[in-house]
Write a protein that binds this ligand. Structure first.
Ligand code: TRP
Length: 474
Protein backbone atom coordinates (compact mmCIF):
# COMPACT_ATOMS: atom_id res chain seq x y z
CA UNK A 1 0.00 0.00 0.00
CA UNK A 2 2.58 2.47 1.25
CA UNK A 3 4.91 1.95 -1.70
CA UNK A 4 2.01 2.08 -4.07
CA UNK A 5 1.40 5.73 -3.24
CA UNK A 6 5.07 6.68 -3.32
CA UNK A 7 7.41 8.23 -0.78
CA UNK A 8 10.15 10.86 -0.67
CA UNK A 9 13.59 9.41 -1.33
CA UNK A 10 15.51 11.58 1.16
CA UNK A 11 15.10 14.38 3.67
CA UNK A 12 16.92 16.77 1.36
CA UNK A 13 14.67 15.77 -1.53
CA UNK A 14 11.52 16.34 0.51
CA UNK A 15 12.72 19.73 1.69
CA UNK A 16 13.59 20.80 -1.85
CA UNK A 17 10.15 19.68 -3.05
CA UNK A 18 8.30 21.40 -0.21
CA UNK A 19 10.35 24.57 -0.47
CA UNK A 20 9.84 24.32 -4.22
CA UNK A 21 6.10 24.26 -3.67
CA UNK A 22 6.32 27.24 -1.36
CA UNK A 23 8.72 29.31 -3.45
CA UNK A 24 6.81 30.49 -6.46
CA UNK A 25 5.25 33.48 -8.16
CA UNK A 26 4.06 34.44 -4.70
CA UNK A 27 7.63 35.05 -3.56
CA UNK A 28 9.14 36.55 -6.64
CA UNK A 29 6.21 38.58 -7.82
CA UNK A 30 3.65 38.91 -5.04
CA UNK A 31 6.00 39.63 -2.17
CA UNK A 32 8.00 42.48 -3.75
CA UNK A 33 4.97 44.20 -5.23
CA UNK A 34 2.84 43.91 -2.12
CA UNK A 35 5.79 45.00 0.00
CA UNK A 36 6.37 47.88 -2.41
CA UNK A 37 2.75 48.98 -2.27
CA UNK A 38 2.22 48.53 1.49
CA UNK A 39 4.89 50.42 3.31
CA UNK A 40 8.08 48.44 2.66
CA UNK A 41 9.73 47.77 6.02
CA UNK A 42 6.42 47.93 7.89
CA UNK A 43 5.08 45.19 5.67
CA UNK A 44 8.20 43.06 6.13
CA UNK A 45 7.93 43.33 9.90
CA UNK A 46 4.30 42.22 10.05
CA UNK A 47 5.02 39.50 7.52
CA UNK A 48 7.83 38.03 9.62
CA UNK A 49 5.71 37.95 12.77
CA UNK A 50 2.94 36.18 10.88
CA UNK A 51 5.28 33.56 9.43
CA UNK A 52 6.62 32.67 12.86
CA UNK A 53 3.22 32.42 14.52
CA UNK A 54 0.61 31.44 11.95
CA UNK A 55 2.82 30.07 9.16
CA UNK A 56 4.94 27.63 11.13
CA UNK A 57 1.93 26.39 13.10
CA UNK A 58 -0.24 25.75 10.09
CA UNK A 59 2.68 24.07 8.31
CA UNK A 60 3.11 21.71 11.24
CA UNK A 61 -0.62 21.02 11.33
CA UNK A 62 -0.76 20.11 7.65
CA UNK A 63 2.39 17.99 7.60
CA UNK A 64 1.30 16.11 10.72
CA UNK A 65 -2.21 15.39 9.45
CA UNK A 66 -0.76 14.24 6.14
CA UNK A 67 1.78 11.89 7.62
CA UNK A 68 -0.58 10.56 10.26
CA UNK A 69 -3.29 9.62 7.78
CA UNK A 70 -1.04 8.81 4.83
CA UNK A 71 -3.60 10.34 2.48
CA UNK A 72 -3.97 13.41 0.30
CA UNK A 73 -6.28 16.33 1.20
CA UNK A 74 -9.63 14.55 0.86
CA UNK A 75 -8.54 11.17 2.19
CA UNK A 76 -6.81 12.77 5.15
CA UNK A 77 -9.92 14.56 6.39
CA UNK A 78 -12.03 11.46 5.76
CA UNK A 79 -9.61 9.45 7.89
CA UNK A 80 -10.02 11.92 10.73
CA UNK A 81 -13.77 11.58 10.46
CA UNK A 82 -16.21 11.09 7.59
CA UNK A 83 -18.01 14.27 8.53
CA UNK A 84 -14.94 16.37 7.61
CA UNK A 85 -14.49 15.07 4.05
CA UNK A 86 -15.89 18.32 2.63
CA UNK A 87 -12.92 20.29 3.97
CA UNK A 88 -10.69 18.13 1.81
CA UNK A 89 -12.91 18.79 -1.20
CA UNK A 90 -12.52 22.52 -0.64
CA UNK A 91 -8.79 21.94 -0.92
CA UNK A 92 -8.98 19.96 -4.16
CA UNK A 93 -11.33 22.60 -5.59
CA UNK A 94 -8.78 25.29 -4.72
CA UNK A 95 -6.14 23.13 -6.37
CA UNK A 96 -7.98 23.08 -9.69
CA UNK A 97 -8.72 26.77 -9.52
CA UNK A 98 -5.17 27.83 -8.68
CA UNK A 99 -3.29 25.45 -10.96
CA UNK A 100 -5.29 26.81 -13.89
CA UNK A 101 -4.56 30.50 -13.50
CA UNK A 102 -1.10 29.78 -12.15
CA UNK A 103 -0.24 27.93 -15.35
CA UNK A 104 -1.53 30.77 -17.50
CA UNK A 105 0.91 33.04 -15.66
CA UNK A 106 3.60 30.37 -15.91
CA UNK A 107 3.09 30.36 -19.66
CA UNK A 108 3.69 34.11 -19.81
CA UNK A 109 6.89 33.70 -17.79
CA UNK A 110 8.03 31.04 -20.24
CA UNK A 111 7.40 33.45 -23.11
CA UNK A 112 9.50 36.14 -21.41
CA UNK A 113 12.35 33.74 -20.79
CA UNK A 114 12.35 32.73 -24.45
CA UNK A 115 12.17 36.40 -25.41
CA UNK A 116 15.42 37.16 -23.64
CA UNK A 117 16.99 34.00 -25.03
CA UNK A 118 16.04 35.13 -28.54
CA UNK A 119 17.53 38.56 -27.85
CA UNK A 120 20.75 36.85 -26.85
CA UNK A 121 20.76 34.87 -30.06
CA UNK A 122 20.40 38.04 -32.06
CA UNK A 123 16.70 37.70 -32.80
CA UNK A 124 14.09 40.13 -31.64
CA UNK A 125 12.47 38.52 -28.59
CA UNK A 126 10.05 41.33 -27.82
CA UNK A 127 8.78 42.75 -31.10
CA UNK A 128 6.80 45.66 -29.72
CA UNK A 129 7.14 48.43 -27.16
CA UNK A 130 4.86 47.66 -24.23
CA UNK A 131 5.05 44.00 -25.10
CA UNK A 132 2.94 42.83 -22.17
CA UNK A 133 -0.27 44.56 -23.24
CA UNK A 134 0.00 43.10 -26.73
CA UNK A 135 0.92 39.65 -25.52
CA UNK A 136 -2.04 39.13 -23.20
CA UNK A 137 -4.42 39.92 -26.07
CA UNK A 138 -2.61 37.50 -28.37
CA UNK A 139 -4.93 34.55 -27.89
CA UNK A 140 -3.12 31.84 -29.90
CA UNK A 141 0.14 32.76 -28.17
CA UNK A 142 -1.38 32.77 -24.70
CA UNK A 143 -3.06 29.41 -25.30
CA UNK A 144 0.04 27.82 -26.76
CA UNK A 145 2.26 28.81 -23.84
CA UNK A 146 -0.44 27.90 -21.32
CA UNK A 147 -0.58 24.43 -22.89
CA UNK A 148 3.19 24.03 -22.93
CA UNK A 149 3.43 24.98 -19.28
CA UNK A 150 0.69 22.48 -18.38
CA UNK A 151 2.45 19.73 -20.33
CA UNK A 152 5.67 20.37 -18.39
CA UNK A 153 3.62 19.88 -15.22
CA UNK A 154 2.13 16.65 -16.47
CA UNK A 155 5.52 15.22 -17.40
CA UNK A 156 6.93 15.87 -13.93
CA UNK A 157 3.93 14.79 -11.85
CA UNK A 158 3.53 11.67 -13.98
CA UNK A 159 6.98 10.58 -12.81
CA UNK A 160 5.71 10.21 -9.26
CA UNK A 161 6.90 11.46 -5.90
CA UNK A 162 10.58 10.53 -5.75
CA UNK A 163 11.00 9.89 -9.48
CA UNK A 164 9.29 13.06 -10.69
CA UNK A 165 8.62 15.86 -8.23
CA UNK A 166 11.61 15.22 -5.98
CA UNK A 167 14.04 14.58 -8.80
CA UNK A 168 13.14 17.84 -10.53
CA UNK A 169 13.12 19.94 -7.35
CA UNK A 170 16.50 18.65 -6.17
CA UNK A 171 18.18 20.12 -9.21
CA UNK A 172 15.91 23.07 -9.92
CA UNK A 173 15.82 24.65 -6.46
CA UNK A 174 19.57 25.00 -5.91
CA UNK A 175 19.85 26.36 -9.46
CA UNK A 176 17.15 28.93 -8.73
CA UNK A 177 18.93 29.99 -5.58
CA UNK A 178 22.26 30.42 -7.35
CA UNK A 179 20.76 32.51 -10.17
CA UNK A 180 18.92 34.72 -7.72
CA UNK A 181 22.17 35.35 -5.83
CA UNK A 182 23.99 36.33 -9.00
CA UNK A 183 21.32 38.88 -9.92
CA UNK A 184 21.23 40.28 -6.38
CA UNK A 185 24.98 40.84 -6.42
CA UNK A 186 24.85 42.45 -9.85
CA UNK A 187 22.01 44.76 -8.82
CA UNK A 188 23.79 45.65 -5.58
CA UNK A 189 26.72 47.00 -7.61
CA UNK A 190 24.53 49.49 -9.47
CA UNK A 191 24.50 53.12 -8.30
CA UNK A 192 21.29 54.06 -6.56
CA UNK A 193 20.40 50.53 -5.42
CA UNK A 194 20.74 51.46 -1.74
CA UNK A 195 17.43 53.34 -1.80
CA UNK A 196 15.67 50.05 -2.43
CA UNK A 197 17.24 48.35 0.59
CA UNK A 198 16.39 51.27 2.82
CA UNK A 199 12.78 51.17 1.71
CA UNK A 200 12.58 47.48 2.39
CA UNK A 201 14.39 47.27 5.70
CA UNK A 202 13.54 50.41 7.63
CA UNK A 203 9.97 50.15 8.94
CA UNK A 204 7.98 53.35 8.90
CA UNK A 205 5.96 53.00 12.10
CA UNK A 206 3.74 55.94 11.30
CA UNK A 207 2.70 54.20 8.14
CA UNK A 208 2.16 50.96 10.05
CA UNK A 209 -0.07 52.49 12.70
CA UNK A 210 -2.26 54.36 10.28
CA UNK A 211 -2.65 51.38 7.91
CA UNK A 212 -2.45 48.50 10.35
CA UNK A 213 -5.39 46.41 9.16
CA UNK A 214 -4.57 46.76 5.50
CA UNK A 215 -0.98 45.73 6.10
CA UNK A 216 -2.10 42.82 8.30
CA UNK A 217 -4.59 41.57 5.75
CA UNK A 218 -2.27 41.80 2.77
CA UNK A 219 0.65 40.29 4.66
CA UNK A 220 -1.43 37.42 6.06
CA UNK A 221 -2.95 36.52 2.70
CA UNK A 222 0.45 36.71 1.07
CA UNK A 223 2.11 34.61 3.76
CA UNK A 224 -0.51 31.90 3.36
CA UNK A 225 -0.29 31.72 -0.36
CA UNK A 226 3.47 31.85 -0.29
CA UNK A 227 3.74 28.92 2.13
CA UNK A 228 1.28 26.82 0.08
CA UNK A 229 -1.05 26.54 3.05
CA UNK A 230 -4.78 26.24 3.46
CA UNK A 231 -5.69 23.79 0.72
CA UNK A 232 -4.10 20.51 1.71
CA UNK A 233 -0.97 20.87 -0.36
CA UNK A 234 1.31 20.28 2.61
CA UNK A 235 -1.05 17.55 3.83
CA UNK A 236 -0.44 15.81 0.52
CA UNK A 237 3.33 16.32 0.64
CA UNK A 238 3.34 15.24 4.29
CA UNK A 239 1.57 12.02 3.38
CA UNK A 240 4.69 10.88 1.50
CA UNK A 241 6.95 11.50 4.51
CA UNK A 242 8.67 8.72 6.37
CA UNK A 243 7.81 8.25 10.04
CA UNK A 244 11.41 8.98 10.99
CA UNK A 245 11.24 12.61 9.85
CA UNK A 246 11.27 15.32 12.50
CA UNK A 247 8.09 17.27 11.76
CA UNK A 248 8.75 20.29 13.97
CA UNK A 249 12.16 20.80 12.43
CA UNK A 250 10.76 20.58 8.90
CA UNK A 251 7.97 22.99 9.81
CA UNK A 252 10.66 25.51 10.67
CA UNK A 253 12.97 24.88 7.71
CA UNK A 254 10.31 25.25 5.01
CA UNK A 255 8.91 28.65 6.11
CA UNK A 256 12.41 29.88 6.87
CA UNK A 257 13.63 29.02 3.37
CA UNK A 258 10.51 30.37 1.72
CA UNK A 259 10.81 33.65 3.59
CA UNK A 260 14.49 33.90 2.77
CA UNK A 261 13.73 33.62 -0.93
CA UNK A 262 10.90 36.17 -0.66
CA UNK A 263 13.26 38.62 1.05
CA UNK A 264 15.98 37.87 -1.48
CA UNK A 265 13.65 38.52 -4.33
CA UNK A 266 12.68 41.80 -2.70
CA UNK A 267 16.39 42.59 -2.49
CA UNK A 268 16.70 41.85 -6.18
CA UNK A 269 13.66 43.71 -7.47
CA UNK A 270 13.28 46.76 -5.21
CA UNK A 271 16.91 47.96 -5.52
CA UNK A 272 16.74 47.27 -9.27
CA UNK A 273 13.72 49.56 -9.48
CA UNK A 274 15.53 52.16 -7.39
CA UNK A 275 18.69 52.00 -9.50
CA UNK A 276 16.83 52.41 -12.79
CA UNK A 277 14.25 54.88 -11.63
CA UNK A 278 11.19 52.62 -11.64
CA UNK A 279 8.16 52.70 -9.34
CA UNK A 280 8.07 50.16 -6.50
CA UNK A 281 4.37 50.40 -6.17
CA UNK A 282 3.79 49.44 -9.78
CA UNK A 283 1.41 46.74 -8.58
CA UNK A 284 0.98 43.50 -10.48
CA UNK A 285 2.72 44.97 -13.53
CA UNK A 286 6.01 44.70 -11.63
CA UNK A 287 6.99 41.27 -12.92
CA UNK A 288 6.08 41.68 -16.57
CA UNK A 289 6.29 45.40 -17.26
CA UNK A 290 8.68 46.99 -14.81
CA UNK A 291 11.24 44.20 -14.71
CA UNK A 292 11.31 43.83 -18.47
CA UNK A 293 12.09 47.53 -18.77
CA UNK A 294 14.78 47.17 -16.10
CA UNK A 295 16.52 44.51 -18.17
CA UNK A 296 16.03 45.85 -21.67
CA UNK A 297 16.44 49.57 -21.02
CA UNK A 298 17.91 49.98 -17.52
CA UNK A 299 20.70 47.44 -17.77
CA UNK A 300 20.46 47.17 -21.52
CA UNK A 301 22.72 45.41 -23.99
CA UNK A 302 24.06 41.91 -23.61
CA UNK A 303 24.29 42.05 -19.83
CA UNK A 304 20.62 43.07 -19.69
CA UNK A 305 19.69 40.13 -21.87
CA UNK A 306 21.74 37.69 -19.81
CA UNK A 307 20.30 38.97 -16.54
CA UNK A 308 16.80 39.02 -18.03
CA UNK A 309 17.11 35.46 -19.29
CA UNK A 310 18.41 34.28 -15.95
CA UNK A 311 15.72 36.14 -14.05
CA UNK A 312 12.79 34.74 -16.02
CA UNK A 313 14.36 31.27 -16.00
CA UNK A 314 14.44 31.33 -12.23
CA UNK A 315 10.89 32.62 -12.09
CA UNK A 316 9.91 29.80 -14.44
CA UNK A 317 11.55 27.20 -12.19
CA UNK A 318 9.82 28.71 -9.16
CA UNK A 319 6.48 28.56 -10.96
CA UNK A 320 6.93 24.95 -12.09
CA UNK A 321 7.93 23.55 -8.69
CA UNK A 322 4.82 25.26 -7.28
CA UNK A 323 2.30 24.26 -9.89
CA UNK A 324 3.36 20.62 -9.76
CA UNK A 325 2.45 20.63 -6.07
CA UNK A 326 -0.99 21.94 -6.92
CA UNK A 327 -1.50 19.35 -9.62
CA UNK A 328 -0.30 16.70 -7.19
CA UNK A 329 -3.08 17.64 -4.74
CA UNK A 330 -5.63 16.87 -7.46
CA UNK A 331 -3.84 13.75 -8.70
CA UNK A 332 -3.40 12.33 -5.20
CA UNK A 333 -7.15 12.54 -4.71
CA UNK A 334 -7.80 10.12 -7.59
CA UNK A 335 -4.89 7.87 -6.68
CA UNK A 336 -6.06 7.55 -3.07
CA UNK A 337 -9.53 6.66 -4.30
CA UNK A 338 -8.18 3.93 -6.55
CA UNK A 339 -5.93 2.45 -3.89
CA UNK A 340 -8.85 2.42 -1.46
CA UNK A 341 -10.76 0.31 -3.95
CA UNK A 342 -7.78 -2.02 -4.28
CA UNK A 343 -6.98 -0.87 -7.80
CA UNK A 344 -3.66 -0.02 -9.37
CA UNK A 345 -2.96 3.73 -8.92
CA UNK A 346 -2.26 4.38 -12.63
CA UNK A 347 -0.50 7.62 -11.85
CA UNK A 348 0.19 8.53 -15.46
CA UNK A 349 -3.42 8.33 -16.50
CA UNK A 350 -4.71 10.06 -13.36
CA UNK A 351 -2.24 12.91 -13.80
CA UNK A 352 -3.37 13.49 -17.38
CA UNK A 353 -7.06 13.41 -16.42
CA UNK A 354 -6.62 15.97 -13.64
CA UNK A 355 -4.39 18.21 -15.75
CA UNK A 356 -6.96 18.26 -18.55
CA UNK A 357 -9.71 19.25 -16.12
CA UNK A 358 -7.45 21.92 -14.61
CA UNK A 359 -6.62 23.20 -18.08
CA UNK A 360 -10.29 23.63 -18.92
CA UNK A 361 -11.00 25.32 -15.58
CA UNK A 362 -8.13 27.73 -16.19
CA UNK A 363 -9.04 28.52 -19.80
CA UNK A 364 -11.12 31.65 -19.09
CA UNK A 365 -8.08 33.20 -17.38
CA UNK A 366 -6.22 33.04 -20.68
CA UNK A 367 -9.22 33.70 -22.92
CA UNK A 368 -10.23 37.02 -21.38
CA UNK A 369 -6.66 38.22 -21.89
CA UNK A 370 -6.32 38.94 -18.15
CA UNK A 371 -9.25 41.31 -18.38
CA UNK A 372 -8.50 42.68 -21.86
CA UNK A 373 -11.93 41.41 -22.94
CA UNK A 374 -13.33 40.89 -26.43
CA UNK A 375 -13.29 44.63 -27.07
CA UNK A 376 -9.51 44.60 -26.57
CA UNK A 377 -8.90 41.61 -28.82
CA UNK A 378 -9.42 38.70 -26.39
CA UNK A 379 -11.84 35.86 -27.08
CA UNK A 380 -13.87 36.00 -23.93
CA UNK A 381 -15.19 38.66 -21.58
CA UNK A 382 -14.51 39.04 -17.89
CA UNK A 383 -17.08 37.79 -15.35
CA UNK A 384 -18.58 41.27 -14.93
CA UNK A 385 -19.36 41.58 -18.65
CA UNK A 386 -20.43 37.97 -19.03
CA UNK A 387 -22.87 37.85 -16.18
CA UNK A 388 -23.83 41.52 -16.08
CA UNK A 389 -22.30 41.96 -12.63
CA UNK A 390 -21.00 45.21 -11.22
CA UNK A 391 -17.27 45.67 -11.84
CA UNK A 392 -15.34 44.80 -8.70
CA UNK A 393 -11.86 43.38 -8.19
CA UNK A 394 -13.35 39.90 -8.17
CA UNK A 395 -15.20 40.36 -11.47
CA UNK A 396 -12.77 42.55 -13.42
CA UNK A 397 -10.98 39.53 -14.86
CA UNK A 398 -11.16 35.76 -14.50
CA UNK A 399 -7.82 35.57 -12.75
CA UNK A 400 -9.02 37.78 -9.93
CA UNK A 401 -12.31 35.93 -9.82
CA UNK A 402 -10.54 32.61 -9.33
CA UNK A 403 -8.10 34.17 -6.92
CA UNK A 404 -11.05 35.48 -4.93
CA UNK A 405 -12.65 32.02 -4.73
CA UNK A 406 -9.47 30.21 -3.73
CA UNK A 407 -7.24 32.65 -1.91
CA UNK A 408 -10.04 34.89 -0.69
CA UNK A 409 -12.54 32.34 0.56
CA UNK A 410 -11.71 28.63 0.36
CA UNK A 411 -8.15 28.76 1.70
CA UNK A 412 -8.54 30.99 4.77
CA UNK A 413 -11.70 29.05 5.59
CA UNK A 414 -9.89 25.73 5.20
CA UNK A 415 -7.00 26.84 7.39
CA UNK A 416 -9.32 28.25 10.02
CA UNK A 417 -11.34 25.07 10.25
CA UNK A 418 -8.25 22.88 10.34
CA UNK A 419 -6.82 24.94 13.15
CA UNK A 420 -10.04 24.79 15.16
CA UNK A 421 -10.26 21.04 14.64
CA UNK A 422 -6.70 20.59 15.88
CA UNK A 423 -6.88 23.01 18.80
CA UNK A 424 -10.41 22.43 20.06
CA UNK A 425 -11.86 19.20 18.66
CA UNK A 426 -9.02 16.68 18.53
CA UNK A 427 -6.53 18.48 20.76
CA UNK A 428 -3.06 19.66 19.80
CA UNK A 429 -1.34 17.10 22.05
CA UNK A 430 -3.34 14.21 20.73
CA UNK A 431 -3.41 14.94 17.00
CA UNK A 432 -0.13 16.75 16.46
CA UNK A 433 1.94 15.82 19.51
CA UNK A 434 1.50 12.07 19.07
CA UNK A 435 2.37 12.23 15.41
CA UNK A 436 5.45 14.36 16.07
CA UNK A 437 6.65 11.91 18.71
CA UNK A 438 6.31 8.91 16.40
CA UNK A 439 9.75 9.85 15.10
CA UNK A 440 11.13 9.75 18.66
CA UNK A 441 11.50 13.55 18.54
CA UNK A 442 10.14 15.58 21.42
CA UNK A 443 7.18 17.86 20.70
CA UNK A 444 9.14 21.03 21.31
CA UNK A 445 7.08 24.18 21.63
CA UNK A 446 3.92 22.24 22.49
CA UNK A 447 2.46 25.09 24.53
CA UNK A 448 3.22 27.69 21.85
CA UNK A 449 1.65 25.60 19.11
CA UNK A 450 -1.41 24.87 21.23
CA UNK A 451 -2.06 28.58 21.76
CA UNK A 452 -1.54 29.25 18.06
CA UNK A 453 -3.93 26.48 16.95
CA UNK A 454 -6.57 27.49 19.46
CA UNK A 455 -6.48 31.27 19.17
CA UNK A 456 -3.93 32.94 16.91
CA UNK A 457 -4.56 31.08 13.66
CA UNK A 458 -8.39 31.14 13.83
CA UNK A 459 -8.47 34.84 14.71
CA UNK A 460 -6.00 35.88 12.02
CA UNK A 461 -7.80 33.71 9.46
CA UNK A 462 -11.14 35.24 10.38
CA UNK A 463 -9.67 38.71 9.85
CA UNK A 464 -8.21 37.65 6.51
CA UNK A 465 -11.48 36.11 5.40
CA UNK A 466 -13.53 39.20 6.18
CA UNK A 467 -10.91 41.57 4.79
CA UNK A 468 -10.42 39.58 1.58
CA UNK A 469 -14.13 39.37 0.91
CA UNK A 470 -14.64 43.10 1.46
CA UNK A 471 -11.67 44.08 -0.65
CA UNK A 472 -12.51 41.79 -3.56
CA UNK A 473 -16.07 42.99 -3.54
CA UNK A 474 -14.96 46.60 -3.27
N1 TRP B 1 3.30 28.92 -2.77
C1 TRP B 1 3.29 29.11 -4.19
C2 TRP B 1 3.74 30.54 -4.48
O1 TRP B 1 4.20 31.22 -3.63
C3 TRP B 1 1.96 28.81 -4.82
C4 TRP B 1 1.36 27.54 -4.35
C5 TRP B 1 1.79 26.29 -4.58
C6 TRP B 1 0.26 27.42 -3.50
N2 TRP B 1 1.00 25.39 -3.94
C7 TRP B 1 0.06 26.05 -3.26
C8 TRP B 1 -0.57 28.34 -2.91
C9 TRP B 1 -0.93 25.63 -2.43
C10 TRP B 1 -1.58 27.90 -2.08
C11 TRP B 1 -1.75 26.56 -1.83
O2 TRP B 1 3.65 31.00 -5.58
Amino acid sequence: MENNRGQWGSTFGFIMAAVGSAVGLGNIWGFPYKCGANGGGAFVLVYLILVISVGVTTMLGELAIGRKTGRGAVGAYTSLSKKYTWIGYMGVASGFIIVGFYSVLGGIVLRYMLGFLMNLLGMSGFPAEGFFGAWIANMPGMLLFYAIFMIINIVIVMGGISGGIEKFSKIAMPALFAMLLIIIVYVACQPGAAEGYKYMWIPDFNYLFSNFFTVLKVAAGQMFFSLSLGMGCMITYGSYLSKSENLVRNSLIIPFSDTTVALMSGMCILPACAAYGMEYAGGPGLLFNTMQTVFTQGMGGTIGNIMGFMFYLLVLIAAITSSISLLEVCTAYLIDKRIEKGKDPQRVKMTVIMAVIAFVVGLPTALDGLGTNVAGGAWMNNPAEMFGLPVMTATADWLDFYDFLAEGVLMPLGAMIMSILIGWVFGTKKLIGEEVEVSAAKFTGAKFFDICFKFVVPVIMAIVLVAQITSFLG
